[in-house]
Design a protein around this ligand. Structure first.
Ligand code: BG6
Length: 443
């Protein structure tokens, strides 16, 4: 598929995300000729730096990248930025789509977006059919109210169909495959409900801690960082009804319906249905001896619809655990005759079914064996693009399927809001765990 001519404007080009994820993703896309033509990358920063400070001398991005120095609070600088973009466009002689990527702290989104609007950067080029789009990183708000405020502020300048809210988990190849796997395989469609599934568990465990990001993590915690966004999105994909069609509006509608049917946990059940933990050493790391921020969180949820009524749904995530893995498991049957279907989002992406088999020999013993589909074996080692490559290409093409809508974001905040409220009251039930613990040990 062709990607129309575009200008990608990255606010925060010197930041961590741009250096570690965006520029490498763009480099890889450039090497594989997957970028639009013509294409320009305009890095925006307050610092006075040169493109060569950001990319290596042999970079495929050298002819594409320029840097604009800008004070984020100065309206005149935005007018200057627009003039630079208009000049680039005039030089190419075509109308270019504009994708503005905010890789800056979320508390600066609203003022920056307002100034973008004042400078006319929310509109496409006047003499063609281009589009102006805004791409933002999570977190979208801090709780339900602040998310509502942020959505309201951004939509004053950019319409909902111009805003791309990134949830990079949705752009992981295995997450995208969930829908194909569910809806293109009759064998699984037939068993995907409460009559066959005994439990659904979504686990995102990490070995790393907060990696020096104390200022970011301390007010956030695991519930906001991973569950409000990534895990509820994965849950929606795994449990939603089949969308009428595979296009963005239908997928969004089906996900939203599911998110809204998650039963809120009543305050008096939170101690039972929600678990929180903090790894040993965290308080020293954030230099707050009284910190109650959770680095591990588990929620036992229920979905109130005909398909999932009565099926326990567990979402769990944590840092400094025993391994790096993100997986979704569906358990079928009753012990000892159970099957487990695992959708392994990462690493070693694939789908595994645990089956009972008779052990070879004269005895009648059974043993669990694995049937495995593995991406690498089936499609080769470089088969799937990095999530950020996918995010950028979809944004440049204007495909919103893998982005979260404002309604989905609000529905997710609504699920965790009662727990956030309860957990901020005190530290009751906060478990301290040793680094290297497995989620199963945190009961
Ligand atoms: C981010 C979180 O969204 O996802 C981080 O803010 C977390 O805290 C990261 O480490 C995990 O992403 P991945 O792709 O490495 O699983």
């Amino acid at each position: 598929m062709n990607t129309p001519p575009a200008q990608l404007i990255i606010f925060g080009i010197t930041g961590d995300l741009a250096r570690k994820k965006l520029l490498p993703a763009l480099e890889h896309l450039a090497q594989n000729h997957l970028l639009p033509e013509p294409f320009e990358i305009i890095g925006v920063t307050r610092q006075n730096i040169q493109p060569a400070d950001l990319i290596g001398p042999e970079s495929a991005l050298t002819p594409l990248l320029s840097v604009v120095t800008l004070d984020m609070t100065d309206p005149a600088d935005y007018v200057r930025l627009k003039a630079t973009l208009d000049a680039g466009e005039a030089q190419h002689g075509v109308c270019m789509n504009r994708l503005i990527y905010l890789s800056i702290p979320p508390n600066t989104y609203a003022p920056v977006v307002e100034l973008l609007g004042q400078a006319g950067l929310n509109a496409p080029c006047p003499h063609g059919t281009g589009a102006a789009r805004l791409m933002v990183e999570k977190p979208f708000g801090y709780d339900l109210t602040s998310a509502q405020e942020l959505i309201q502020q951004l939509t004053q300048t950019f319409a909902e169909d111009q805003i791309y809210r990134i949830d990079h988990y949705l752009a992981k190849e295995t997450a995208q495959n969930i829908l194909t796997f569910r809806f293109a395989n009759p064998i699984f469609q037939a068993v995907w409900d409460r009559r066959s599934v005994r439990r659904v568990t979504i686990t995102a465990s990490e070995v790393i801690g907060i990696e020096g990001r104390a200022a970011f993590y301390e007010p956030i915690g695991a519930l906001r960082d991973l569950i409000q966004s990534h895990l509820l999105q994965l849950l929606a994909l795994v449990t939603m009804e089949q969308p009428a069609e595979m296009g963005a509006p239908h997928i969004h509608a089906a996900k939203l319906k599911l998110l809204k049917s998650i039963k809120p946990i009543p305050p008096n059940q939170i101690a039972i249905q929600a678990t929180r933990g903090q790894y040993q050493g965290y308080r020293d790391e954030v230099k707050n001896p009284d910190s109650t921020t959770e680095t591990f969180a588990r929620l036992n949820l229920a979905v109130d619809n005909d398909r999932w009524q009565g099926v326990p749904i567990v979402l769990q995530t944590g840092k400094r655990l025993d391994r790096k893995t993100t997986e979704i498991t569906l358990e079928f049957g009753e012990a000892p005759n159970i099957n487990i279907l695992t959708l392994r989002i990462q690493p070693n992406e694939g789908i595994i079914i645990d089956l009972q088999a008779k052990k070879p020999g004269f005895d009648d013993q059974t043993q669990m064996v694995e049937m495995e589909f593995n991406y690498k074996n089936s499609f080769g080692p470089d088969a799937h693009p990095d999530a950020y490559e996918r995010v950028l290409v979809d944004g440049l093409r204007g495909d919103q399927s893998l982005f979260a809508t404002s309604a989905e974001v609000l529905a997710s905040w609504a699920v965790i809001e009662p727990i956030l409220r309860e957990w901020t009251k005190d530290d009751e039930g906060l478990i301290t765990y040793e680094p290297g613990t497995s989620p199963a040990e945190l009961e």
